[in-house]
Design a binder for this molecule. Structure first.
Ligand code: EPU
Length: 336
């Protein structure tokens, strides 16, 4: 374990941005991480790099988390607690669950990134959010090096949100996540239209968790660009939640606008629709652009800088605001 200098982060962020870490260290155990934190407090933690836009080079010490390990803890007739180290690849872990017939995460198949970052933005897809299966989150406090275990209720999970994105941002490093999964009576969730269509096409009426995972993989592959082929960070913006009042006003002008009810006062609008309606879908701007199959995903055609992608994001935000009076919020972590 040694500090290296001027390391390119291109292969460590799914956008494929060639930002430089002035100082870089990879850690593969909790003890190594504690040792580094004893000596350095001004650090930047890099995990799977899948929800990140690197706008500049990084002057702070970049700590690359490589903590590995999956272990089964307590178990009863139908449930099991599985503890997973932060550096495990998310999708590999989901496939491990399917292989061991453990239910709960199948809808979250093929999401890029590592296990340690899944609680930060409470990853979600096809009707399921990871908060529904998280039991505890183990994290280390940067300032003191102390290890703390957060119960699910202490994580303040919300839509693409948690305490780690808010009051505790930059204060803790997540080292392990423990999931409560089912062993047999799985709570399957296949109400999402696209999953149903996939299952119907295969004549599957009583799906298994593997069937659902396969359907999700197929849908994601058809809509979302593979970061190994074209740099991206998944949904770049959150789906905005707007007031009922604004929704009713917009609905008159755009009767086909899709929407999902949130509560009596607010409605969620798919950001992808707003971006498509504003003419950005599939459009290329130099080395960046909005993806042809899913407007919400911004892509790097190969040589984009973080600044170029950020500039496009700002242009989209300004256009959406002028067209719809809606302020789109960026979902990925922008590092300026
Ligand atoms: N839509 C368009 N044009 C587009 C894209 C979407 O009009 O280019 C409209 C369509 O009406 C479509 C609706 O948006 O029916 C919803 O689209 P989709 O099912 O693709 O989902 P999304 O709301 O765009 C969210 C998540 C995704 C997740 C999918 C599936 C957010 C910010 N994104 O996208 O998460 O995979 O639902 O559950 O909530 C991610 O976070 O990186 C991510 C990919």
């Amino acid at each position: 374990m040694q500090i290296q200098h001027n390391i390119s982060l291109k292969n460590f962020n799914t956008f494929g941005i060639d930002a430089i870490a002035k100082q870089y260290i990879a850690v593969s155990s909790l003890a190594e991480l504690q040792k580094v934190l004893n000596e350095h407090k001004d650090v930047f933690v890099l995990s799977g790099g899948s929800n990140l836009l690197l706008v500049n080079d990084i002057d702070k010490l970049v700590i690359h988390l490589n903590l590995k390990g999956i272990s089964t803890e307590k178990s009863n007739n139908n449930q099991v607690l599985v503890a997973v180290s932060a550096g495990e690849n998310w999708h590999d872990f989901v496939l491990w669950c399917i292989d061991h017939n453990l239910g709960g995460l199948e809808n979250l198949s093929l999401i890029p990134g590592n296990v340690g970052t899944c609680p930060i933005q409470n990853i979600g897809a096809y009707g399921v959010e990871v908060k529904d299966t998280i039991d505890t989150v183990q994290a280390i406090e940067i300032e003191t090096g102390e290890v703390r275990t957060f119960k699910n209720s202490e994580c303040n999970f919300g839509y693409r949100n948690s305490v780690f994105k808010n009051s505790l941002k930059g204060k803790y490093i997540i080292t392990k996540v423990t999931f409560l999964l089912t062993k047999e009576s799985h709570q399957l969730n296949y109400s999402y239209g696209a999953i149903q269509t996939e299952l119907e096409a295969l004549n599957i009426t009583a799906p298994t968790i593997k069937n659902i995972s396969d359907a999700v993989i197929k849908i994601r592959n058809s809509k979302l660009p593979n970061p190994k082929e074209i740099g991206n960070s998944g949904s770049f913006f959150k789906n905005p939640i707007i007031s009922l009042e604004l929704f009713e006003k917009l609905k008159v002008i755009h009767p086909n606008m899709p929407s999902y009810p949130v509560n009596d006062h607010s409605v969620k609008i798919p950001a992808g629709w707003l971006i498509e309606q504003s003419g950005f879908k599939g459009k290329r701007f130099g080395q960046t652009g909005s993806h042809k199959n899913q407007a919400l995903v911004l892509v790097n055609y190969g040589k984009a800088t973080g600044l170029e992608i950020y500039a496009l994001a700002k242009k989209i935000q300004a256009t959406i605001f002028s067209n719809f009076e809606i302020a789109l919020e960026i979902e990925v972590n922008v590092i300026e």
